[in-house]
Design a protein around this ligand. Structure first.
Ligand SMILES: [Zn+2]
Length: 385
């Protein structure tokens, strides 16, 4: 990010783009109001930065009704990379398609550093003052997420079902300090601005070494641990194959034949193959389309891969625990007979590992049956609010 010398002191620039559909009059009018209001507030709270807001009226805005926040996030993220914004806010007057919640007015994405805001429900509020209060608190809530904040019932970060213009309207003192530190770190020059790196791998490693802590946080915030359980068909495919495995003697015989060391290698291979299969099978690589090695595009890709990895590993661990429980519940002599173990005791740990590995393999196939958009949304959304 560029530094400037406007008023004698060096201030880091925070460059925010507001994107609206050129044909959406309502959104354009509100965008203008929002920029004035937001600029005034953040300049007062964070005078350490130079704030720049630009409104972009686009003619290639998505025309689907209701607009899918996922498409708008991708659209906003492309514009962010193209224009070199730090954050992008996509504003529409149409109600958004909701995936996980009842109704949705805002969808922030930490991964894409973009927010989609819908005015539809807010404009149903009676008086203008309420509408303004509701919009500004929704925007501050979503930006708060992008700037590393978690939910907090005492501040504007309180999670809400409906944005009705009720207080609290502001971040807490502690949150303001957190945002300041976050923005100060972000305001460091981007990798491509400081050093022209030709090799793709070197660029990835450089981004990783500079941003590993914030990437780590993003992966955990996106709650990838529970991600896999949101996917209905994914779970169904896994459950069915696990049940069949448990009922087939061949699986037990095979388990008895595979050495523990080999099983570990197979396990690593299966987890890697599942991630690759979901990543490319679901076209997740197109989330950050830009081919140029922009730091932000590379960062999004690393976060996406890491999220998928954490999701898969935690999924394996859950399957392992379930298998271990089932093996301990079933009569041991029957299982040992299936496994052809003779009179020897059944190695429950080894078999649980085997079943969980088969489960992940089945899930990778199931994962590719799942609606591509839903998997993407789970990975990309920070929340629906
Ligand atoms: Zn929230």
């Amino acid at each position: 990010m560029a530094k400037n010398n406007d008023n004698g002191t060096e201030k880091a620039l925070i460059n925010i783009g507001i994107v609206v559909d050129a044909r959406d009059e309502t959104a354009s009018i509100w965008a203008k109001w929002l920029v004035e209001q937001l600029k005034e507030e953040v300049e007062q709270i964070f005078p350490q930065f130079l704030w720049r807001f630009s409104i972009l009226k686009r003619r290639d805005f998505s025309r689907s009704v209701p607009p899918d926040p996922l498409n708008l996030l991708e659209f906003g993220s492309d514009i962010k990379i193209e224009y070199g914004f730090d954050y992008v806010l996509v504003l529409t007057s149409f109600p958004l398609k909701s995936r996980f919640e009842q109704g949705v007015s805002g969808v922030p994405s930490n991964m894409l550093e973009t927010v989609v805001i819908s005015l539809a429900r807010i404009l149903e509020l009676k008086d203008r003052k309420r509408q303004e209060k509701a919009l500004i608190s929704l925007v501050k809530h979503c930006l708060g997420h992008l700037w590393g904040l978690e939910h907090n019932s005492e501040s504007v970060m309180r999670p809400r079902k409906f944005w009705s213009g009720e207080p609290p309207f502001d971040w807490s003192q502690q949150e303001k300090r957190h945002i300041y530190r976050h923005l100060r770190d972000i305001a460091d020059p981007r990798v491509e601005e400081t050093s022209p790196i030709k090799s793709k791998w070197k660029f990835y490693i450089k981004v990783l070494s500079l941003e590993w802590s914030s990437i780590f946080k993003d992966v955990l915030i996106s709650r990838s641990v529970l991600m896999m359980f949101h996917l209905g068909r994914f779970i169904a495919a896994t459950a069915v194959s696990i049940i069949f495995l448990f009922l087939s003697a061949e699986a037990w015989e095979m388990g008895a034949a595979i050495k523990s060391g080999w099983l570990d290698i197979i396990l690593a291979g299966v987890i890697f193959a599942s991630i690759i299969s979901i990543y490319f099978g679901q076209n997740l690589q197109v989330i950050s389309r830009s081919d140029r090695m922009k730091e932000q595009a590379v960062r999004s890709r690393i976060v996406l891969f890491a999220t998928l990895f954490v999701g898969m590993v935690s999924f394996w661990i859950s399957l392992f625990i379930i298998s271990y429980l089932i093996i301990n519940i079933l009569p041991e002599n029957v299982l040992a007979g299936w496994a052809g173990m003779g009179g020897k005791p059944l190695p429950a740990f080894h078999f649980s590992k085997l079943m969980a590995t088969f489960g992940v393999l089945a899930s990778a196939v199931g994962g590719n049956l799942e609606e591509e958009q839903d998997i993407k949304a789970l990975l990309v959304y920070t929340e629906e609010t």
